[in-house]
Ligand binder design. Structure first.
Ligand code: IFM
Length: 747
């Protein structure tokens, strides 16, 4: 039996298989992203083999940043090695025009499927497709294409590398060279500005050209393809050919499925009682994993992953706040390598700080392979005037810098990975502290430090002072830098001496961090209302709700924010800001403050970012508003499946998978409803499930130990892995348990 999720969209009862019936051209951007095959190295959109660039076919390759149009540096889309078309009587059999069509994604193995039925004269023809991006050999894609006919028919089969490429901003591979030897086709090209050679090879097995299919017969084309760039090896073309020819479809499929089984064993969360939530959660975990370049610590997690080139295949603050935490308790080595990426790209952040007149390192708002700022000064257009809008995301939205540092602190709390702190974390924290120290302004009259002229998480209100979220994050990051300095002084003096020497750190700098930490202006809850003001003067803005503001639009495509959008002079926010603070610094405020601010700010939030619902959901769980949190969960888990976000804003394409929502969904399920956290040297579990969930179960990997938590009604069961070499200490609703290897304990 299938379970309905949305128009045309269903899943199986086990919550693994997504199926879409029918063909809705309006959903083609979303469907291609949703049914993406990927593996952190490449992403191949969920389109059918006969489709072309005008239908958003894309093979997005990581580590191929290039600026082709002089404005946007983005990942390169490569020639399509999986193109297969069958032409009968001059007509291409196409899913788009077939009377019956079904596409699917099996999340268990990351396998895309398609099936469409067409009639040509007397013959009924069925095309079936199966495809995956190998989780085992990350350069490899494989596809099996089958055509069945119930009456004899002659078809012209065209299986090749399609060098027509969908690219958002300019042609990155203007000259693609096609070649073929006996068994393998290749396409090679070099990116225009960065000079990266990209090679795609395809081994096509099966009959091509004019083929007669007998009545009741079939033809099968199996393509094993590989993509390699000169950032991987010296001779990408030879390597791509080698990998494409190394093994056939079945062998590749088996190896990939085996790797997926390991990945799911580490991260699969099961929800009992609601199949839609189950599949939404798995869909999110799948995409959060395949958008992550887990194979390297050199590359970022893109805000749209590898589902298309939107947001340039680059990292925002989303990476640390949304994507990374989903790995903290499942594959902590991925969380680590994501932070090592920030360390490796420190020079880019240093260049940005210096360019803008600051010290230390100011992380790019949009960060690619070097850490240099990729966010252009101008990216939206005023739809009413056609004039460009200068948004200040790249120079004023500076909370990304302390956000990275506060996530380092969180990573250390969870993992106690001292080595990371010494080798990478300390330098990151010190360089960010230098930046923050140079950014803040001292107010002699009040004796406090301010953050002025900035942009907090709510992107519609630019040019504000003392944004509560930012000021608190700045203080936290500085406190961490000071503590780290003290810790290294005590425990790792040699490493500190080396670092101090290398970055030229002076003792008075650390004193300066202490001073700012102690005198930072920290917006506090009002004594009467408990409300924290989003930024200085926020409560003086017009107090209206999102619907009222929406009704003032002259054009539905108008940008709501800076400098003169409809939300700017109002208290309507694009996304949580104070609520974000209550999530990220939960311990800093009591439950009453959390409740008052959630109740005040949530109705004034337009949820104009897909980052919004997860944050609200986390705070709603904290204040015991579980059903409201569940509503946020559904909205964040289903944003892509139900295609509820805009693909174009202010004239800029921002479609694709919303990877932050994916990471947020996972956090809301496990750390929110599942109540998983850490307190010193013990795990804490304090769950609160939505009424629709009769059970929740999740795996945990923590400090080298493995366990599974199972919650049903009021019962909580912890089963420790047999392979553990010590007991796991867990506080279940405040009661401490020591669970021996292989044992199960109940709380
Ligand atoms: O980082 C986010 C931002 O908070 C809202 N706009 C989209 C960005 C990328 O997801």
């Amino acid at each position: 039996m299938s379970v309905p999720l949305g128009p045309g969209l269903t899943c199986d009862e086990a919550g693994w298989l997504l199926v879409e019936r029918g063909w809705d051209p309006d959903r083609s951007v979303a469907a291609g992203s949703n049914f993406l095959c990927g593996n952190g190295y490449l992403g191949y959109r969920g389109t059918t083999p006969e489709q072309g660039p005008d239908e958003f076919v894309a093979l997005v390759v990581s580590d191929t940043y290039d600026c082709a149009d002089g404005h946007w540096r983005e990942l390169t889309t490569a020639p399509n090695p999986l193109f297969v078309a069958a032409v009968v009587d001059g007509e291409t059999l196409a899913a788009r025009s077939a009377p019956e069509v079904e596409t699917s994604l099996d999340l268990r193995t990351g396998t895309f499927g398609a099936r469409f039925r067409s009639r040509v004269d007397e013959a009924e023809l069925v095309v079936e497709v199966e495809r995956f991006a190998s989780a085992d050999d990350l350069h490899v894609l494989a596809q099996r294409w089958t055509l069945r006919a119930d009456a004899e028919v002659t078809v012209e089969v065209d299986a090749r590398i399609d060098d027509r490429i969908w690219s958002l901003n300019g042609e990155h591979l203007p000259d693609v060279h096609l070649a073929a030897d006996d068994t393998v086709l290749t396409a090679t090209g070099t990116t225009v500005e960065s000079g990266v050679e990209v090679a795609v090879a395809a081994r096509v097995v099966g009959p091509t050209g004019a083929v007669t299919v007998p009545a009741g017969g079939e033809i099968v084309i199996e393509t094993t393809a590989a993509v390699v760039s000169s950032n991987d090896v010296d001779d990408p073309s030879a390597e791509a050919r080698r990998r494409a020819g190394a093994a056939g479809y079945d062998e590749r499929a088996e190896a990939s499925a085996a790797r997926w089984a390991e990945i799911w064993a580490a991260m699969d969360v099961t929800v009992e009682g609601d199949v839609a939530d189950q599949v939404g959660l798995r869909f999110s975990a799948y995409h959060n994993r395949i958008c992550t370049p887990a194979h390297t610590d050199r590359l970022p997690i893109g805000a749209r992953g590898l589902s298309c080139q939107a947001y340039q295949g680059a990292a925002f603050w989303d990476q640390e706040v949304y994507n990374l935490p989903a790995f903290l308790f499942t594959e902590p080595e991925i969380a680590r390598s994501t932070l090592v990426y920030r360390h490796r790209t420190l020079d880019g952040a240093r260049r940005k700080a210096a360019r803008l007149g600051y010290d230390g390192a100011f992380f790019a708002w949009i960060s690619g392979d070097t850490g240099d700022e990729l966010c252009p000064d101008v990216f939206f257009t005023d739809v009413l005037t056609g004039r460009p809008i200068r948004n200040h995301f790249n120079d004023w939205q500076m909370h990304v810098a302390p956000d990275v540092v506060t996530m380092i602190e969180r990573y250390l709390d969870v993992t106690s990975d001292e080595r990371f702190l010494v080798d990478h974390g300390a330098e990151l924290a010190f360089e960010v502290a230098r930046f923050l120290h140079s950014f803040v302004r001292y107010d002699e009259w009040r004796g406090v430090y301010h953050c002025i002229r900035l942009l907090g998480p709510d992107e519609w209100h630019e040019n504000v002072d003392d944004n509560a979220f930012t000021n608190h994050q700045v203080r936290k990051a500085l406190a961490f830098a000071v503590e780290t300095h003290e810790r290294l002084t005590a425990d790792h003096p040699d490493a500190l001496a080396e670092l101090t020497d290398r970055i030229g750190l002076r003792p008075e700098e650390v004193d300066g961090w202490r001073r700012v930490r102690d005198r930072m202006l920290l917006p506090q809850p009002d004594d009467d209302t408990d409300l924290i003001e989003q930024f200085a003067g926020f409560f003086e803005l017009e107090d209206v709700r999102p619907d009222e503001v929406r009704s003032r639009l002259l054009d539905p495509g108008e940008y709501w924010g800076w400098p003169n959008g409809v939300a700017v002079a109002t208290q309507v926010s694009k996304q949580p800001d104070v609520v974000m603070l209550l999530w990220q610094q939960a311990d800093a405020f009591g439950d009453d403050v959390a409740r008052a601010n959630y109740e005040y700010y949530e109705p004034r939030c337009a949820h104009g970012s897909t980052l919004s619902h997860a944050a609200h959901g986390m705070v709603a769980v904290r204040i015991g508003e579980i059903e409201r949190a569940h509503d946020h969960f559904r909205r964040t888990a289903m944003v892509d499946l139900l295609n509820t976000a805009h693909a174009v804003v202010g004239g800029t394409f921002i479609g694709g998978i919303h990877t932050a929502a994916c990471g947020g969904t996972y956090q809301l399920a496990v750390n929110g409803f599942g109540g998983l956290d850490v307190d010193g040297d013990r795990l804490t579990i304090d769950p609160q499930l939505p009424a629709a969930w009769s059970g929740l179960s999740y795996p945990v990997r923590w400090r080298g130990l493995g366990l599974r938590v199972r919650i049903t009604g009021d019962a909580i069961e912890i089963t420790a892995d047999h392979a553990n070499d010590a007991s796991v200490r867990v506080a279940v609703r405040g009661v401490e348990l020591d669970v021996a290897p292989g044992a199960t304990a109940s709380g």
